[in-house]
Design a protein around this ligand. Structure first.
Ligand SMILES: *Cc1c(COP(=O)(O)O)cnc(C)c1O
Length: 393
């Protein structure tokens, strides 16, 4: 046997940072160096690290009951589902453990909806360029990105992709086989591109016209990330199905597929399942997270600090007009599109050297995903670092 440096399958390039613990918006490494965390574990740690209310919820539940399987009643599921429905368009919730699983449930639900209506040929789903829906076989096919598909043939059929923002192409792509349109209200991985509200309402009308289901992938942009519980709510429209994950567990693996009663009408006993999905421990965390984020004062907080961040970013863009091409995103999901000669990955590393952690996204975009609990002083701290790094780039 040859000596190996690491036994972890090398699917991720890792930064040099090794967090040992977290305190609110800061990550602290083994040498006690503090990093301001504007990644939130990729939009997951909505309440930052070691939030006392979440810690208490986990500890309380951990001493009572972790897992029983969906063979039994789980009151925490009833409670969390009813709160999610109360805060959204949804009437039903299916719990799972990740974003991709939520998407799998959504895709199956859309196909099954048309199947039970006697239209099994309506099984194709339209998606958009730049989309990201996960890494399972179905969700890489849905996302349509070559870099995630290459070498994993045969590709799962049933997905048609049109250019982001191309309304005509979308209309052309609709056929008698179209079951659903799947859209991220704000694309995350694809470069932090927000779909304008008028496009979302237009999409809703188009789907209604053709009896097509509209699926919103809110895995990254949902759970108050953009200042509304779900990002599509800014547009005053509602999808038929939505997926959530990242933020809802605050760091605990938790995902869900949300649907109207009508959209879910194909699903019955046995049509879908998950062993771990919705276990009491996950439900305790999800419910605790909603205690905080659904409080009206939290909406005000996110709105306030998001506006502060947006203003700061605008000033930054004015100072570096030759290096910052565009500001993108919404709420606390922001993208800085950089000029070609300023490489986002290099900026990320330079920021880490100055103890600020940020993400990148496709299209040479620096992506900021701070915990929703940040204060204006943290925004100042982050923008000061980014300003210096871009000035030197
Ligand atoms: C992260 C993400 C997913 C996949 O979630 P996983 O938990 O990694 O499976 C799906 N859709 C969007 C929009 C995402 O950002």
């Amino acid at each position: 046997m040859t000596e190996m440096a690491s036994h972890i399958l090398p699917t991720y390039p890792r930064s040099g940072v090794t967090p040992a613990r977290g305190e609110g918006v800061y990550l602290i490494d083994e040498q006690d160096r503090r990093y301001l965390d504007f990644t939130s574990g990729i939009a997951v740690n909505a309440l930052g690290h070691a939030h006392p209310h979440l810690v208490r919820a986990v500890q309380d539940q951990a001493s009572k009951l972790w897992h029983v399987s969906n063979l039994f009643n789980i009151p925490g599921q009833e409670q969390l589902a009813s709160r999610i429905c109360g805060a959204s368009f949804a009437e039903y919730v299916f719990f799972c453990n990740s974003g991709a699983e939520a998407l799998e449930a959504a895709i199956k639900m859309a196909r099954r909806y048309h199947f039970v209506k006697g239209n099994p040929e309506r099984n194709r789903i339209i998606t958009f360029t730049g989309a990201f829906h996960g890494r399972t076989l179905a969700t890489i096919a849905a996302g349509g990105q070559e870099k995630y598909l290459e070498g994993f043939e045969p590709r799962l059929p049933g997905f048609d992709q049109v250019a982001f923002g191309d309304h005509e192409a979308l209309k052309q792509a609709i056929t008698h086989e179209t079951a659903a349109v799947l859209v991220e209200p704000v694309q995350g991985e694809g470069g932090v591109r927000a779909v304008p509200s008028f496009c979302l309402t237009g999409l809703r009308e188009l789907c209604d016209e053709h009896g097509i289901l509209l699926i919103a992938d809110e895995v990254q942009c949902g759970i108050m990330r953009t200042g509304k519980f779900l990002a599509h709510q800014h547009a005053g429209m509602a999808p038929d199905i939505a997926t959530i994950a990242k933020g809802i567990g605050g760091g605990f693996p938790l995902g869900a597929c949300l649907a109207t009663k009508e959209a879910a009408s194909g699903m019955a006993f046995g049509s879908h399942g998950s062993t771990f999905g919705g276990n009491p421990l996950a439900m305790a965390v999800g419910n605790a997270l909603l205690d905080v984020v659904l409080d009206p004062s939290f909406f005000e907080h996110v709105d306030h600090v998001a506006t502060y961040l947006e203003d700061g970013l605008k000033k930054l863009a004015l100072r570096h007009q030759e290096k910052i091409i565009e500001l993108r995103g919404a709420g606390l999901m922001r993208g800085i599109k950089l000029a070609d000669h300023v490489v986002a990955r290099d900026v990320l590393h330079a920021c880490a050297e100055e103890s600020l952690l940020v993400c990148t996204a496709a299209d040479n975009v620096l992506r900021l995903l701070p915990p929703l609990i940040i204060e204006p002083s943290h925004v100042d701290e982050a923008l000061h670092v980014i300003d210096g790094v871009i000035a030197r780039a």
